[in-house]
Design a protein around this ligand. Structure first.
Ligand SMILES: Cc1cc2nc3c(=O)[nH]c(=O)nc-3n(C[C@H](O)[C@H](O)[C@H](O)COP(=O)(O)OP(=O)(O)OC[C@H]3O[C@@H](n4cnc5c(N)ncnc54)[C@H](O)[C@@H]3O)c2cc1C
Length: 432
């Protein structure tokens, strides 16, 4: 029976190297408040080190320069990268570029558009260009069947019209992947397609970067911003279609499977960082004549956080294992489950860490308040919690059929048990 929680020593050594790089070379960069070009320049030598160890963009299949690690190993890697928001950039697997690269790769596999590989996918993988994923509209988010953006053929061009928002990196990306209706008069699930749109194409109007809870005083054009974009008679050649017409939903879904494992493991890296801060403070700060660590409430927070993180970690690694063993489709329930469970664990642990630090936790002297604001979004992006709960419940309920009376009704079961055990009951002379 195979039931093994160990990591092979060779990969463990890689994880050790990654953790050292993140803690010693990447986390210190967070404190320097660098603008996007300076940050990119500072991380270049670190990227070289990562590339030398063949750990850059490792999430991709070997045919695209990835390592074929599989989702369990990638998950373990992402747990360490999650400790710092800068680390995924250094390792070439930052959102949304990593998911967009996977999506493009799938599209190219489906339609053989080699120029897309040369002009967009390969430079994206090398970290030379960046991308945005433009699906959500002000009136269509959790329910993408409501998407109204359209792409219509005109000679050898597509003409795109639509209004999108929350396109992460939309104001700095070199190209955008736009979800639009291309097939009229069919249900939305078969009607949507994805198209490549260079951001400098006439008609692409980035209206603003949206101020958010994470970044209320937003500076236009910063890496990680979320853009509102109007596409007005945007013309791109017909072969800028990704995959085939009507493949939009399938591509969107495939983009999010392994990506969710990586997100959830990165959240665990963030949770662990907050947890370590909480424990350090608990043993360092004295109140009413004893360390905070001696107070039962604080002990409960530490114990509960440890248990929740362990549960989320096992659930996520099991979902990763399931993808590796049986494919993404078979792991649909598990992938949805970790999305809402993991997001809540992240939120809980950071919240408790802030509480243990009191006023210091609320201040910007520590990274906790920024982590807390960023964590809140995890319950909304990549599909809000409620949609994932719906998916999980639906999958579970598929195994159940309506009954005329509860299967566990004791009176009925007693009658059946008497019949089943009639001989033994008779021998025991038990009067029933
Ligand atoms: C930080 C951040 C980054 C993002 N990045 C991107 C990006 O790069 N590209 C992109 O295209 N989009 C992006 N998004 C958008 C994100 O995917 C949507 O916000 C999300 O899908 C929810 O859509 P909505 O905001 O329109 O909410 P709505 O669809 O209006 O839903 C609102 C609320 O309704 C409830 N709800 C919805 N459906 C159900 C249901 N079935 N049952 C019960 N309750 C339900 C939920 O509580 C939900 O939060 C990003 C969002 C955030 C916050």
């Amino acid at each position: 029976m195979a039931w093994d929680f160990s990591t092979e020593p060779e990969f463990d050594a890689k994880l050790h190297w990654i953790e050292t790089l993140v803690r010693e070379e990447i986390m210190p960069l967070e404190t320097l408040e660098l603008d996007t070009p300076s940050l990119k320049a500072m991380i270049e030598p670190l990227k070289t080190q990562v590339k030398e160890r063949a750990l850059f963009a490792a999430h991709l299949p070997p045919s695209l320069g990835g390592q074929g690690f599989g989702q369990v190993k990638l998950g373990l890697m992402n747990e360490l990268l999650g400790m710092s928001p800068i680390a995924p950039l250094v390792f070439g697997n930052n959102a949304p570029d990593s998911g967009n690269a996977e999506l493009l790769a799938l599209g190219i596999e489906a339609n053989g558009a080699q120029f897309q590989r040369e002009r967009y996918l390969e430079p994206l993988l090398r970290g030379e260009i960046s991308s945005g994923f433009s699906m959500t509209e002000p009136d269509a988010g959790a329910d993408p069947t409501r998407i109204t953006s359209s792409a219509v053929r005109d000679g050898d061009m597509w003409v795109i019209n639509g209004h999108k928002w929350y396109t992460t990196n939309g104001s700095v990306a070199d190209f955008l992947i736009v979800m639009a209706r291309t097939v009229p008069d069919v249900p939305a699930r078969q009607a949507m397609s994805m198209l490549l749109v260079p951001r400098d194409t006439p008609g692409v109007r980035v209206i603003r970067d949206i101020p958010t809870m994470e970044d209320p005083v937003v500076h236009y054009g910063s890496y990680g911003n979320h853009a509102e974009i109007v596409y007005e008679n945007v013309r791109v050649p017909l072969d800028y279609l990704i995959g085939h017409e009507g493949m939009g939903f399938a591509l969107a879904q495939s983009r999010l499977g392994p990506g969710r494992i990586h997100h959830c493991m990165r959240w665990l890296g963030q949770s662990r960082r907050a947890f370590e801060m909480m424990c350090e403070r608990a043993v360092s700060r004295e109140v009413f004549g004893e360390p905070l660590a001696a107070k039962q409430t604080v002990q409960n927070w530490i114990a509960d956080s440890a248990a929740e993180m362990a549960a989320a970690r096992l659930m996520t690694l099991q979902a990763a294992w399931m993808i590796d063993q049986k494919g993404q489709k078979a792991a649909r329930k598990e992938i949805s489950m970790i999305k809402y469970f993991g997001a809540q664990v992240l939120y809980n642990v950071i919240d408790r860490a802030i509480q243990v630090h009191g006023g210091l936790g609320f201040s910007s002297d520590l990274p906790l308040e920024q982590m807390y604001r960023a964590a809140r979004a995890a319950r909304i992006y990549d599909g809000p919690d409620e949609v994932h709960r719906m998916t999980v419940a639906r999958q579970i309920l598929r195994d159940y059929a309506p009954v005329s009376e509860p299967t566990e009704l004791i009176a009925t079961r007693r009658v059946a048990a008497k019949e089943h055990f009639a001989k033994q009951l008779e021998l025991l002379s038990i009067d029933q």
